[in-house]
Design a protein around this ligand. Structure first.
Ligand code: CAA
Length: 497
């Protein structure tokens, strides 16, 4: 069946993005919003996105007009009578979805495909409410829909046998990569993404690190396109909360228990970018990043530094960078200096080395988490001005910095290693294959490398050690390394090879 016209029901951020994707692929779109204000708002999102593409030279004026001409706004379901596919993109409440599928059943032709973009509800339960459950399928796009290449095609036990293939073909026509997934909580990408995002909010709430540092650790330490807190604001805190609740009901355990802060912000209507505020404020049109830059600038780089380390290459390299910047280096803590820097490895703790210097209040750890990112590690004895001086030193050497407590994994590891452990657990428990997980995260969430590629780069044995360290340090079962990781570590065989 050729898809010539579709209906998109619900024109919020995702609905407007999905309507744009169809229209750009040459498919007519009936854009249905029963509420006039919401329809106007959704069309505004679409218009703005097309105008941005024109201003960036990605679309000509003529192409923009053609795409815009394919979109037919509608306030009533009866306008969907002749469409070949209808997709609902409305809030994640089963009663609303059921009502919409009831309307679509009534007006659409019996051959039309009925799709849901739900990210948290059971597609099977939605299908069961339709008079024709065989034609109901999940077609799950990722935000921003015009950019992210993944579409999860979610079939149910009730789906007609040709349906998943038809919808996958359609996704390809839209320029997307379809991945067939079964109707399980979170499908593939969200089941892995959401516990990681939730953990980031827990770190923020516990005062482990600042909002900006958590996000910088993910972008500059792991190489992800966005930090977890900025991403939560993009997804919507209400949507994230719904997905976590479904994951928790299905799997249980602390990784899925929504962070109280996430729940409170969602309850307060601070749902992210769409509300103008979430974990960040967007009131001025741009993201408010606090006064981090001002704080760091206030501290000046030291002129004499005592360098302590365990003689690894990272330490020698750092020592030569410090010397090349014209800063005096001493190795003896008994000699006077402005600051003691302990160059820490990823598994080391800083406190005992700090105490051994006899000047623990002046001692700060620096861990080079990535070529351009230094983690500034404060022990509970570090005086804050020394941490600021260590950050100023690293910045003088051209590195970005994040502040972290002296805890297992520091900040980058605290975000990354449990996420990799979750990925292994998904494969171990037969939830998804290694390839599905890597495809979902690269195409759905813009990871430059999939979790298993990242894991193999670090080495299964190193990831196992870090998780064991975190589990021992916190006593939290959420960090328990999955047995499959231990097996790969023991054999030295990677996951992707
Ligand atoms: N609509 C249309 N196009 C957009 C856009 C939007 N909202 N936002 C960005 N773009 C386009 C830009 O126009 C630009 O296009 P060109 O390269 O053709 O010029 C391109 O995307 C890159 O944008 P920017 O240069 O402005 O910004 P960036 O490089 O920082 O990328 C990003 C922005 C694409 C959002 C990137 O940060 C990213 O990939 N982030 C991860 C997003 C993610 O993880 N999404 C999945 C969330 S989970 C989900 O959605 C599922 C669910 O059920 C909750």
């Amino acid at each position: 069946m050729e898809i010539r016209e579709v209906a998109v029901v619900g024109l919020g951020t995702m609905g407007a993005g999905i309507a744009e994707v169809f229209a750009r692929a040459g498919i007519g779109v009936v854009a249905i919003e029963v509420d006039a204000a919401a329809l106007g708002h959704g069309l505004g999102i679409l218009e703005g996105s097309l105008a941005k593409a024109v201003s960036r030279g990605k679309l000509t004026d003529a192409q923009q007009a053609e795409i815009w001409g394919r979109i037919r706004p509608a306030a009533s379901f009866s306008d969907a009578a002749r469409v070949d596919l209808a997709i609902e993109v409305v809030p994640e409440r089963m009663e609303i979805k059921r009502q919409i599928f009831g309307e679509l059943d009534r007006v659409c032709s019996p051959e039309a495909i009925l799709a849901t973009n739900t990210s948290s509800l059971s597609v099977t339960a939605i299908a069961a409410a339709s008079k024709h459950p065989g034609r109901v399928i999940g077609m799950h796009f990722f935000n921003p829909a015009p950019v992210m290449r993944l579409v999860e095609v979610v079939s149910t036990v009730l789906s007609g046998s040709a349906l998943p293939g038809q919808v996958a073909d359609l996704a390809r026509r839209l320029g997307k990569t379809p991945v067939q997934v079964s109707d399980r909580a979170g499908f593939v990408a969200n089941a892995l993404l959401l516990p990681y995002l939730n953990h980031a909010v827990k770190l923020l709430e516990a005062g482990y690190a600042s909002r900006e540092d958590i996000d910088t650790a993910a972008t500059d330490g792991i190489g992800l396109p966005m930090g977890p807190l900025a991403l939560l604001d993009l997804i919507g805190l209400d949507t994230a909360l719904s997905i976590l609740q479904v994951l928790q009901a299905e799997f249980g355990g602390p990784r899925y228990t929504p962070a109280p802060l996430l729940r409170r912000l969602a309850d307060a209507g601070r749902t992210g970018r769409k509300a103008g505020c979430g974990l960040y404020d967007y009131a001025s049109g741009a993201r408010d990043d606090g006064d981090k830059a001002g704080n760091e600038a206030a501290s000046s780089s030291p002129s004499t530094v005592t360098l302590i380390g365990s003689g690894r290459a990272a330490e020698a390299e750092f020592a030569s960078e410090v010397a090349a910047a014209g800063i005096n280096v001493t190795r003896n803590p008994a000699h006077p200096s402005d600051l003691i820097v302990i160059v820490a490895g990823p598994d080391e703790q800083v406190l005992s080395a700090a105490i051994a210097t006899g000047r623990p209040h002046e001692a700060v750890g620096l861990h080079m988490a990535a070529p351009g990112l230094a983690e500034v590690v404060s022990t509970y004895m570090t005086d804050p001005p020394y941490a600021a001086a260590a950050a100023a030193l690293a910045e003088r050497l051209g590195k970005k910095t994040v502040h972290t407590p002296d805890r297992p994994g520091f900040l980058v590891g605290a975000l990354l290693y449990p996420h990799l452990g979750d990925a292994v657990r998904m494969v171990q428990d037969g939830y998804a294959s290694v390839a599905d997980v890597d495809t979902a995260m690269t195409l759905g969430c813009g990871y430059p490398q999939g979790p298993f590629q990242l894991l193999d780069k670090a080495g299964p044995a190193a990831v196992l050690d870090r998780l064991r360290g975190m589990q021992a340090g916190y006593g939290d079962p959420a960090f328990a390394p999955p047995p499959l990781l231990a097996e790969h570590a023991a054999t030295g065989i990677g996951f992707t090879g």
